[in-house]
Design a protein around this ligand. Structure first.
Ligand code: OAD
Length: 250
């Protein structure tokens, strides 16, 4: 509790805040993380077979079906008090940027205005050939393990792919640039529910620390970001974040 009070004081005094989130913030909504033992997606699935451009080329139905299943899971859950607390930080801090590695839309649904999606979004498919945005389709009911043929692009008939960043692909440049800029200029960076293992995203808290911001981490487990976190709040996002926001602003 002492740490929550200390973090709340720093947060309430900040002029510019960056909230940096990973899969852990959505865990309590029922969205699996990637690397948590037993429940993490990369514990059960091979990322090389599902999350690379080569995987989509080799087996588009497998990859499209898997991402459509994940989109269905996310559409069926709700933001949790952690996402809501982030929206409160955004409303109360004089300036706040939300930077997320998540491809879900739970920050938006909790009221965050325009989160920067470093790894893209499940809700923004695009053509794999001409890169033009494609509409979200209904069609066959996705289910875990069910293959689905990707729709065809209405402009060039190329296969439509999920609008997410795959291993080996570059992050969307304007989004990354905006996130780095915010990190260099913030007073406080709140890192929530990320293992801090995936680069370049994991640079964001490090950049903030390097430029003098106080890094506050919320995570039940130790992570490599412990090294830059001035304050470590060990616990689950949906419990710790509402307590932090209440302590900061009442
Ligand atoms: P990870 O699965 O690597 O890490 C999830 C983190 O959340 C871990 O550190 C957990 O301890 C923590 N965690 C679990 N439950 C939590 C809770 N209730 N509250 C707070 N924290 C909790 O997920 P990310 O760090 O987001 O990339 O993974 C980064 C990237 O790797 C993802 O964006 C994805 C993946 O491959 C792409 O899709 C490109």
């Amino acid at each position: 509790m002492v740490d929550v009070r200390e973090a709340a004081k720093v947060l309430a005094q900040a002029r510019r805040v960056v909230v940096f989130t990973g899969a852990g913030i959505s865990a309590e909504s029922g969205v699996p993380t990637f690397r948590d033992a037993l429940t993490g997606l990369w514990e059960r699935y091979d990322p090389q077979a599902l999350a690379t451009p080569q995987a989509f080329e080799d087996d588009p139905d497998l990859v499209w079906g898997w991402y459509e299943w994940r989109r269905t899971v996310i559409s069926g859950v709700r933001p949790n008090p952690g996402h809501e607390a982030v929206a409160t930080v955004e409303a109360r801090a004089p300036r706040c940027a939300v930077v997320t590695q998540n491809v879900d839309d739970l920050h938006e649904r909790a009221g965050s205005a325009a989160p920067l999606h470093l790894h893209g979004s499940l809700f923004a498919p695009r053509c794999a050939s001409c890169a033009r945005p494609a509409p979200l389709t209904g069609g066959a009911e996705p289910a875990e393990g069910r293959r689905l043929a990707p729709p065809r692009c209405e402009h060039c008939s190329g296969p439509v792919r999920p609008g997410v960043v795959w291993f080996g692909e570059a992050l969307p440049e304007p989004v990354l640039e905006a996130a780095v800029q915010e990190a260099t200029e913030c007073d406080v960076l709140l890192t929530i529910g990320t293992s801090g293992l995936v680069y370049p995203a994991a640079e964001i808290p490090k950049v903030a620390a390097m430029f003098g911001a106080t890094v506050i981490q919320v995570n039940p487990q130790p992570t490599p970001l412990d090294a830059v976190a001035g304050i470590n709040l060990h616990g689950a996002a949906a419990t710790v974040l509402p307590a932090l926001v209440t302590a900061a602003w009442g």
